[in-house]
Design a protein around this ligand. Structure first.
Ligand code: OAD
Length: 337
């Protein structure tokens, strides 16, 4: 195997990095399909990885209209937790690198399955970022007669009843407390910023209150309907206008390159876009930590599989167009084209 072009990517052959860079530089229309692995190194769990369980629930089973109907309090606690977690982490160099590529290349379209708001916070140009599964920070009224939608609602907690409990709230079970005593004996810290420490409500040993529907977020417009998270749940239609824009873009001409980043490619239509791009002539590059996770249709000759952490791989492979990206997204070098 040839030496790596980059000390940051010791396991990727030089020839693959070179052929990708050469193709990227001449690519005019580029598609990226993003998944939860993009945000993994920011500290957010993926759906199907080790962090895919929330308490005893499979995260994908809480993301359904049926779960919300059966227990809106539980589903809001799950989403309030995810809003809080995502607000407390930062975009990583891959989010910044993709945002920079969007500024550098007019013909670059990004389709994201992520609802965490990190691409937006990395200043990814909004007209080039299409959110297939909605956003944690959009909320909408469930009343059939209202349907009010509020975008970019970053209030955390969205209502007081959904505040993350702290150790002062004494909702931890005895099993949790015993484990904490053990941690403390081993020198683990018990507070952040000197205040009471927030409890991790994804842990089944932290008790959750049963919230009455009255305590959940209600519509500021009709003052009656219950609000729900503005994400697409399993069994629901994807946003029609977003799908139309993506399809129009795909149909508009040949596509040179499709990057599939940090997704298990299990959920359609996202999993099928690489194949659609291929039909329009694209070569496909997969960036994933797990060699087994290829997009629908698999890989073909001329494609690339860059195995590794997206936060490291993406800025490296885009470097020939975007220059060096620092930790906070600052440009530390100049583009060479
Ligand atoms: P998954 O959890 O299914 O897959 C995450 C992918 O990221 C896996 O292929 C991992 O191998 C990969 N991965 C993990 N850490 C990585 C890292 N540091 N760098 C690169 N890759 C890494 O998440 P998605 O594919 O995004 O839908 O899931 C798709 C949809 O299923 C989600 O949008 C959500 C979920 O149910 C809805 O909620 C509608």
């Amino acid at each position: 195997m040839a030496a790596s072009a980059s000390s940051k990517l010791p396991n990727i052959p030089q020839a693959d990095l070179d052929s990708f860079a050469e193709h990227l530089q001449k690519s005019k229309r580029i598609l990226a399909v993003l998944g939860a692995g993009l945000s993994a190194s920011s500290g957010l769990p993926t759906f199907r990885g080790a962090g895919g369980l929330w308490r005893q629930h499979d995260a994908t089973q809480l993301a359904t209209p049926e779960a919300f109907e059966a227990d809106p309090g539980l589903v809001w606690q799950f989403y309030s937790y995810r809003r809080h977690m995502a607000l407390n982490v930062n975009p990583n160099p891959a989010h910044f690198a993709l945002a920079e590529l969007a500024r550098k290349r007019d013909g670059f379209l990004t389709i994201s399955q992520n609802v965490d708001g990190l691409s937006q916070r990395a200043n990814h140009p909004r007209d080039k970022l299409h959110l297939l599964h909605g956003s944690l920070y959009d909320v909408r009224c469930t009343s059939f007669y209202c349907r009010h939608v509020e975008t970019n609602n970053f209030t955390d907690p969205i209502v007081p009843a959904l505040a993350i409990p702290t150790e002062d709230d004494a909702v931890a079970t005895s099993a949790f407390q015993a484990r904490e005593r053990e941690h403390q004996q081993h020198g683990a810290s018990t507070s952040i910023n000197g205040g009471p420490r927030e409890l991790d409500i994804s842990d089944i040993d932290v008790a959750l209150p049963d919230l009455p529907v009255d305590a959940l977020p209600h519509c500021p417009k009709c003052h009656n309907g219950l609000l729900r998270p503005g994400v697409v749940w399993f069994g629901e239609m994807l946003p029609g206008a977003t799908l139309d824009t993506i399809n129009d873009w795909i149909e508009a001409g040949p596509i040179d390159l499709c990057m599939v980043i940090g997704t298990s490619s299990k959920v359609y239509p996202a999993a099928g876009y690489a194949m659609e791009a291929r039909v329009k002539g694209a070569r496909v590059a997969v960036i994933n930590i797990d060699k087994g996770d290829e997009p629908g249709g698999g890989l073909m000759q001329g494609d690339w599989f860059f195995q590794g952490d997206a936060a490291v791989v993406v800025p490296e492979i885009l470097k020939s167009v975007i220059g060096e990206i620092g930790q906070e997204g600052r440009m530390v070098g100049q583009s060479n084209i």
